[in-house]
Design a protein around this ligand. Structure first.
Ligand code: PAF
Length: 279
């Protein structure tokens, strides 16, 4: 595996692969890698000749400076994991490398950024758009792989790909969970023992909610989910939303067409976790 820190180094390498007619698969990450990321690398390897993974904690997508400060950073461990997962190129740029000057671009994701994560984390998706477009420009991938835990992010990235006329394919990949049901997330490393033990209650509630969906209205079920999560003294629900899986339009009635996804953001102490389930 090659470890690259500069845009120039990566551009040269990618240029050579392209000359050889190889397809480039890309997995953008913020590091503190876990099995969820490694499953994206596996998919990337299966579907492309060269697997490139970036490890970059992007400051522009953090609306809370404390959250940015405490975000876990484990670059050596990440490189070791990527090597065993079959990654060909690990790209670990510095902040100056990605943002030699302040990125002043403003994306307009319209309705997609007006709900859930977009509403609760102002500026977050603009920062995601900034970094992912920069990384796409550098890596020039044919395919890029994103986890469905960040369900709304996938919709935002697909929209950005259309807005900026990228020709690459976005491949969403399933959520990977611990045996307890807790969705894998780099933030799980920040949970203390008690919160870690209680966090699986989030997915257990979502699974129960899927069973109860036929017995309640959409709004009753949303309230039930929030109350059920909050019954656990270690958890505090920030939002519950049930949306269409492609348009993200909020569902008001089960009779509405389309696949429905229940999405939650929950505080486990100071750590904010998100999860979702397809109904
Ligand atoms: O999902 C993430 O880890 C980040 O939002 C991403 C896509 C790597 C951009 O920084």
């Amino acid at each position: 595996m090659k470890v690259i820190h500069t845009k120039e180094g990566l551009t040269d390498l990618i240029g050579n692969y392209k000359k050889e007619g190889k397809t480039i698969g890309f997995v953008p990450t913020m590091g503190a890698l876990h099995e969820g990321h490694l499953s994206l690398v596996t998919q990337c390897k299966k579907n492309s000749d060269v697997a490139v993974v970036s490890v970059f904690v992007n400051p522009t997508q953090f609306n809370d400076p404390e959250d940015l400060k405490r975000y876990p950073r484990t670059p050596e461990k990440d490189c070791a994991l990527l090597e065993t997962a079959g990654c060909d190129v690990a790209f670990l740029p510095s902040v100056e490398e990605i943002y030699p000057e302040k990125d002043t671009r403003k994306f307009d994701f319209g309705y997609l950024e007006s709900i859930m994560e977009g509403a609760k984390r102002p500026g977050h998706f603009n920062g995601v758009g900034q970094v992912v477009s920069r990384l796409f420009d550098i890596v020039q991938p044919d395919k890029a792989f994103f986890g469905m835990k960040d369900f709304q992010q996938v919709a935002i990235i697909k929209n950005m790909v259309r807005q900026l006329n990228y020709t690459l394919e976005i491949i969403p990949c399933p959520i990977v969970r611990e045996a307890s049901g807790l969705a894998l997330s780099s933030r799980n490393a920040l949970l203390d023992k008690e919160h870690k033990e209680n966090a699986p209650h989030i997915y257990a509630t979502l699974k129960k909610a899927r069973e109860l969906a036929s017995q309640m209205s959409v709004n009753e079920l949303k309230k039930w989910i929030a109350d059920e999560i909050n019954r656990n003294p270690f958890l505090e629900t920030e939002y519950v939303e049930i949306v269409d899986d492609t348009t993200l339009k909020v569902i008001n009635d089960w009779k509405e067409e389309g696949t429905k996804v229940a999405c939650v953001a929950v505080y486990a102490g100071k750590i904010r976790l998100i999860d979702n389930i397809v109904f």
